[in-house]
Design a protein around this ligand. Structure first.
Ligand code: NDP
Length: 293
């Protein structure tokens, strides 16, 4: 069997185009331009790339982008004061504080200071609780993107066995909640899981969010399984040469799976697209305007 390739790049471009259409309608019919504020503290190179891309795509979708770059020495109190200003700013509908934060800051405190209605990353404790209890929430972007790809590929997920590998607050746990919300039977695996290959072999849906290059191999999969590879790992292929790979060994998995996301070009592009979609949703909810589907 050769798996179908789930093209996240094309799917994400479609989401961004729909977001841009919605933004145009908001401006024409309501005189509103959604605004996304992104806060970066310090000079983490990967975070700088993410923030630049987020800013560019926000503007491309016709929204306002507010970038706040603070030095790594910024005090927690100053960051909290900025978050409060953004909470109060009517031009800002979404706020994202790029993680990781420098070690002297308490990330939970900072994230929980964001107005939950503007928490487009969905990391605020109140959004986490809402998602867990099936209430309307801001949903974390990466797992939301994975869910969209799965629904597009499989239609109804009801009754399917899903294994999520990785239990982080930003990917694994919300992914498990979303799959549960779609009536999957969910197993949330992690580094202490016993006989992981055997656990994964039961799954119709495998979501790998671990950070270990090529960990999931084809012999772990049930034939025909749908594999969503969240991992982004940079490996050295030759001295001075690197490339990005996922948590799944693509070649062996593609021989067994029914469908699989590539890395790059799978889940990655979905994350920013969902961030833009969440910003429009936050804007519509704030204004009492019907939100996009
Ligand atoms: P974390 O490091 O926060 O979590 C990793 C998880 O993997 C932990 O729950 C850990 O278990 C588990 N794990 C580690 N080793 C094993 C193992 N041998 N067997 C089973 N489980 C294991 O990572 P994130 O969730 O933040 O990210 C995961 C991956 O996804 C990374 O590669 C990251 O770069 C990528 N990512 C991609 C995004 C995108 O946009 N595509 C967005 C966010 C992340 P335990 O809890 O027991 O330690």
């Amino acid at each position: 069997m050769t798996a179908a390739i789930i093209d996240g790049k094309v799917f994400a471009a479609g989401i961004r185009a729909r977001v841009a259409e919605h933004v145009t309608r908001l401006r024409q019919e309501h005189g509103i331009t959604p605004g996304l504020a992104v806060v970066l503290v310090g000079e983490d190179p990967a975070s700088q790339v993410y923030v630049r891309n987020k800013g560019r795509m926000t503007v491309e979708a016709g929204m306002q982008s507010f970038e706040h770059r603070l030095s790594a020495e910024t005090s927690e109190a100053d960051l909290l004061a900025l978050v409060q200003r953004l909470n109060a700013d009517p031009a800002v509908h979404g706020i994202l504080v790029q993680l990781p934060l420098p070690g002297h800051m308490n990330a939970d405190l900072v994230i929980n200071a964001i107005d939950p209605a503007k928490d487009v990353d969905g990391f605020h404790i109140s959004n986490v609780g809402r998602l867990g209890t099936g209430q309307k929430a801001m949903v974390p972007c990466t797992p939301l993107g994975c869910l969209m790809l799965l629904r597009d590929r499989l239609g109804s997920l009801s009754g399917l066995d899903a294994v999520v590998i990785g239990r982080s607050n930003i990917v694994g746990k919300p992914m498990a909640q979303l799959l549960l919300g779609d009536s999957c039977t969910v197993t949330l695996a992690h580094s202490r899981t016993r006989d992981l290959p055997q656990v994964v072999r039961r799954a119709d849906i495998v979501v790998a969010a671990v950070g270990r290059p090529g960990m999931v191999t084809g012999d772990w999969l049930k034939p025909g399984a749908t594999v969503i590879d969240v991992g982004i790992n940079r490996i050295e292929t030759a001295p001075g040469e690197t490339r990005l790979v996922g948590d799944c060994d693509f070649d062996s998995c593609a021989k067994v799976a029914g469908a699989i996301t590539p890395v790059p070009g799978g889940v990655g592009p979905m994350t920013i697209a969902c961030l833009l979609a969440n910003t429009v949703t936050a804007c519509c909810r704030a204004k009492g305007i019907p939100e996009p589907e």
